[in-house]
Design a protein around this ligand. Sequence first.
Ligand code: AAL
Length: 380
Amino acid sequence: MKKLIALALLAATTQSLQAQDVKPFPFKLPMEKPDQKLSTAMERLYTDYMSPTPQTNELYTEFKYTRLKGFDYNNGDGTISRRDPSKVIFVDGKYYVWYTYRHTPVPPQGAAKANDTIPSTDWDLSEIWYATSDDGFTWEEQGVAIPRPPKPQVGWRSVSTSDILVFKGKYYLYYQGFMEISGKRGDDCPVTASYADSPNGPWTPCNEIIIPNGGNDSWDQFSIHDPYPLVYKDKIYLYYKSDYNGQPNLIRSTGLATADNPLGPFTKYPLNPVINSGHETTLFPFKEGIAALVIKDGNEHNTIQYASDGANFNIAAITSLMPIAGGPYVPDAYNSEGNGRGITWGISHFTNAGSKGKQHSILGRFDCDLSLDVHDPHMK
Ligand code: AAL
């Protein structure tokens, strides 16, 4: 099939070259010469990738970044941080985004110095806040969506790293619920959720662990991070990241859990992890399947991958300067029937925005060219 696609692409390229009256390349594809033996590198060029040239690959893009208006950072002194944005949704004429918000008396000090008011990490002692926008560039901060619940409820130490699901007219926020200081042992936490009838809240916490940690010796036994829900073929597909036992065997990967109802029960995909790399992985329906921006960490970071069934991913393209923790605007995030249309923009974060000792993160906008509907030649 891939060879057929490659041949079709070559035919299309040859035609357009002829149309411009440029001499076609005097070249035959290796698969047109049945006896030709290929080196490992040439073999994988035509078998592992969706197309052998980035510029003809629908899942290749570069990224453009724009500073957002409307957020105050206390002059970058490290006491205010915004990071890990959710997907962007559009409701009643406005865009909405949720994110981890930290406002502490001092910047993060590490686990040894942390206490009830001093944060260990950039996402310790945080709440989930939200903002709205008319155009995706200028944002109006609306305040807290999910506060930290009282001890010992899930998330009493910190709630962070949320993502949004819209399902049958209701809104669900999934997020990490810390029950100890991040960094004491690792970054251990499970995922919990809150629900609301409106994106403006009020939010009701379910007070339960929605995606539990795996059993002894499993890859996700300590942390479940970066919950990322989509609805694909009428089922909730929630992707997440875990990393075995943290250091020194850190192999960050991306897993999948599916459910019929937003509050579960979720069934973990038996062959998890489904992506062998990835940290804050961004996913969206694309054609019949799901595409993934595998941004940070692992052998396959800086790739855009594709799974025609949402679970068996292959590398489709390699790119650079990807949006860290990207939360895209995905018009068909919750109603894809296997006809995914792709994305053109979203919100991502930039960490270590402050100088040493003033560590915090800021939100920014990214634009890209991964849509089957809008094709911007200037992005390539
Ligand atoms: C992020 C995410 C999760 C981690 C921490 C905050 O990059 O992977 O959210 O817990 O870092």
